[in-house]
Design a protein around this ligand. Structure first.
Ligand code: PYC
Length: 417
């Protein structure tokens, strides 16, 4: 670290506000944009960035009803992986991991991607069979995944109880070395700063209240602050509100919204340098660079827009985590939260054009949206600039539900839902 960023100068800047420039600028809302993106999370900001960078389309507005990253992008557990089940899913998430690998250099922003490996535990024969199936499809697509046994698991994670006498003994695991964790808010800020530098306007505290459609074609949008913006293209990049935003354009989405709860402990010395997932015990855990353990679960069993945590969740979580790692019994939880997951019938996203011309969607991200941010942004930018969905998202169109071409990814969702 050079003298400009010594510990002393960081402290001085922190206390005084310093001379750090803003990551992105504030602009008045213009009355016309070539593209209006709804949602200032990683998907919306990445789409804006790649529209500008890859296609030279810079007259773009991102409308965010709160602050950037305040939705799913700031409420996930920051896990990245590409060990999906279907060839379409694996190719797609593999491209995302590759973009994440170069993101810090591309955005000139330290996003702290730590490829520490990802373990999905199998506690019964049928899970082991699914792991073997996933490993083979992964390998065919060039993605590093294999099934390993309890001895190897215990070398990777010595604190896991791999003995044969537990309620749910660990029989093996799907090991995916390229998986890992990242600093999710840095990803959001990095994309925002880079998109802003290319001319994109980011409007925070700007809620969408209407999408104007004439003769089945988008002509503009309206905001809660009274702005009327004319535009031929609207891209819905929201999570939690994807059905409500699509309804404004008269497009119905086969999506139901469920909260997913997560929690974080006090920081402790590093002891866990792998991501551990157990579908049977409905939990996953990783240790951040600050030393906190981050836990997540499956979605709550009822549809809701609540982002509050519940006591029932932490009780269940603690019980399950202690079955996996009894040594954690003295750790204290610091806080808990929930994010909103838009679940589709086949556990794959919905991406591309809709029956309303100019209205595009990048929604239905279930519990795997954050990890897809870069590839979704890149693909939606290609889709808008090129006038049709690129090959990498051609399987995820809205029309698949009518045509019966589902892309069943339930077997590779983070934990059983
Ligand atoms: O799909 O890896 C995943 C995931 C982790 C947390 C929620 N989903």
């Amino acid at each position: 670290m050079g003298s400009r960023y010594s510990a002393w100068s960081l402290l001085r800047h922190g206390l005084t506000g310093g001379d750090w420039s803003r990551a992105f600028r504030h602009h008045p809302v213009k009355n016309s944009y070539d593209v209006v993106i709804i949602g200032g999370g990683v998907h919306g900001l990445a789409a804006a960035y790649y529209l500008a960078k890859n296609h030279g389309i810079t007259n773009v507005a991102v409308l965010e009803k709160s602050y950037i990253g305040s939705g799913g992008s700031g409420r996930n557990t920051a896990i990245l992986r590409s060990n999906y089940l279907t060839p379409e899913g694996i190719r797609f998430y593999d491209r995302s991991v590759k973009l994440y690998e170069h993101l810090a250099a591309d955005l000139n922003f330290n996003v702290m991607f730590s490829q520490r490996g990802h373990l999905t535990l199998a506690h019964n024969d049928s899970s082991l069979r699914t792991m073997a199936w996933r490993a083979e499809v992964n390998k065919l697509q060039g993605v590093d995944s294999s099934v390993i046994g309890p001895d190897e698991i215990s070398k990777l994670v010595p604190y896991l109880d791999t003995s044969a006498h537990t309620r749910y003994p660990i029989l093996g695991a799907l090991y995916h070395p390229p998986g890992g964790i990242i600093r999710h808010d840095a990803v959001v800020w990095g994309y925002a700063r880079a998109a802003d530098a290319l001319g994109v306007h980011i409007h925070q505290n700007t809620e969408l209240v209407g999408i104007d459609v004439e003769a089945n074609r988008v002509v503009g949008v309206r905001t809660a602050g009274g702005d009327r913006i004319s535009t031929p293209i609207v891209l819905n990049c929201t999570a939690g509100w994807s059905t409500l935003i699509s309804d404004l354009a008269g497009v119905s989405m086969p999506v139901q919204t469920f909260p997913l709860q997560a929690a974080v402990t006090e920081p402790v010395k590093p002891f866990l340098d792998t991501v551990v997932v157990s579908g049977t015990l409905h939990t996953y855990v990783s240790q951040t660079d600050r030393g906190e353990l981050v836990f997540g679960a499956s979605v709550d069993p009822f549809a809701s827009y609540s982002t509050r945590g519940s006591l029932e969740f932490v009780e269940g979580l603690a019980g399950h985590v202690l079955e996996l790692m009894p040594a954690l019994s003295k750790m204290r939880l610091l806080r808990q939260w929930a994010g909103l997951c838009d679940m589709t019938p086949d556990y794959s996203p919905i991406m591309g054009p809709t029956p309303v011309e100019g209205f595009h969607v990048d929604v239905g991200w279930g519990t795997y949206g954050f990890k897809a941010g870069p590839v979704s942004g890149e693909a939606m930018a290609d889709c808008i600039a090129g006038g049709r969905p690129p090959e990498i998202i051609s399987a995820f169109g809205l029309d698949r539900f009518e045509a019966g071409r589902l892309v069943g990814e339930k077997g590779a969702a983070a934990v059983g839902h």
